[in-house]
Ligand binder design. Structure first.
Ligand code: SF4
Length: 358
């Protein structure tokens, strides 16, 4: 589904997705109905120059203060790079690795970008986070509860099932009141493809009761309350606070972030659990990166550095000599046609990445 991100830009050359070649500042230009690519809105607003995107349009935009909003079904990711002042605040090379991943992530959309827990409610109901924050928080909580031991794509299917089912049964659609009216067996029937669905159905039913009786029908906004909900741990809790309440009080550490933080020596070998990893990361990583780090690294771990068989041949972390775990045989190449076909079967369209590096 289309989504919108803001790219603040001090770069002068902007290319790609937009067919619009030159647009006066302050004007909005949209594609005609039926087109699936981009819409570009250009406003002359001063914005911080912290985002770095490897995105360019076919003609340059001269005003360095231009703020650009892209809306597209195939929109690249834009994560902020590390500020130069922060380079020395963590383990050696952490900022170089982080920035390299930011650069790579701008070239593909991973499952987490549209079907990860934070974006899922808005993917199912565009604009929900703004139009109905309370309902967004509830759906975010449910998607987080379903997410453990389950791929984003499968979780997304279960959430769509719930949305369709609850919309038929209740005027409020996919909300706490509607879910509270379902039995555990009914909940289970909607989510039967996710891992441990029986137990998750029990947890969801119990959680709905607690939200109504103890938290006035909304998601609590303190981590100590959130982790009292059955089946909800700190990782989910911190993500819930960030996305649901805009409270940045901790890093949500997914298995991919845990795995890669160990690989890159961002944490010590003693960080054997995501929770220990979170504590170590928070000891040196400046707070301004706490929110981005998980989706940034998760998407990279889903598609490029996948568990057990990293795609080191298209990974610039390895190509730049920054990864202690790089597969040297893959880095040496050459890359066969057969290998390229295999790379194209990852969980995201890697065409741009492959074309850039191979
Ligand atoms: S070089 Fe290989 S092991 Fe290292 S981060 Fe990249 S894909 Fe993963």
């Amino acid at each position: 589904m289309p989504s919108k991100r803001v790219i603040s830009s001090s770069f002068e050359t902007l290319t790609k997705k937009a067919k619009v070649l030159s647009v006066p500042s302050g004007k909005t230009v949209g594609k005609k109905a039926g087109h699936t690519d981009s819409r570009v809105e250009i406003k002359t607003e001063k914005t911080p120059a912290s985002h770095n995107a490897d995105i360019t349009f076919e003609k340059s935009v001269d005003d360095p203060r231009v703020k650009i909003e892209l809306e597209s079904e195939l929109q690249p990711n834009v994560f902020s790079k590390v500020d130069p002042d922060d380079f020395n605040k963590g383990p050696p090379s952490w900022a170089q690795i982080y920035n390299t991943v930011v650069q790579m992530r701008s070239k593909f959309l991973a499952p987490v970008d549209g079907q990860g827990c934070e974006s899922m409610p808005n993917t199912i109901t565009p604009g929900l986070k703004v139009s109905n924050p309370k309902k967004y928080r509830f759906q975010l909580l449910i998607s987080l509860m379903l997410s453990s031991q389950t791929k984003d794509e499968v979780n997304y299917e279960a959430m769509v099932n719930l949305n369709k089912g609850l919309e038929k049964k209740h005027a409020g659609g996919f909300c706490l009141e509607a879910m509270s009216e379902l039995s555990e067996i009914e909940i289970d029937s909607y989510i039967c493809k996710v891992g441990f669905h029986n137990r998750k159905a029990q947890y969801i039913a119990k959680t709905c009761q607690m939200l109504k009786s103890e938290f006035n029908g909304d998601i609590p906004n303190r981590i100590e309350d959130i982790v009292r909900l059955p089946g909800v741990g700190p990782k989910m809790g911190y993500l819930l606070l960030q996305a649901g309440w805009n409270i940045n009080s901790g890093i949500g550490v997914d298995v991919h972030l845990h795995r890669l933080a160990l690989l890159w020596h961002w944490v010590s070998p003693k960080a054997t659990t995501p929770e220990k990893c979170r504590v170590e990361l928070e000891s040196w990583l400046p707070e301004k990166y706490w929110r981005d780090i998980n989706p940034l690294i998760v998407g990279f771990g889903q598609v490029v550095c996948v568990p057990r068989a990293g795609n080191c041949d298209i990974c610039t972390v390895g190509r730049n000599g920054l990864c202690p775990g790089a597969n040297k045989r893959l880095l040496k190449g050459p890359v066969s046609e057969e290998r390229k076909v295999k790379l194209m079967k990852q969980r995201a369209d890697l065409t741009t990445l492959i074309n850039d590096y191979l």
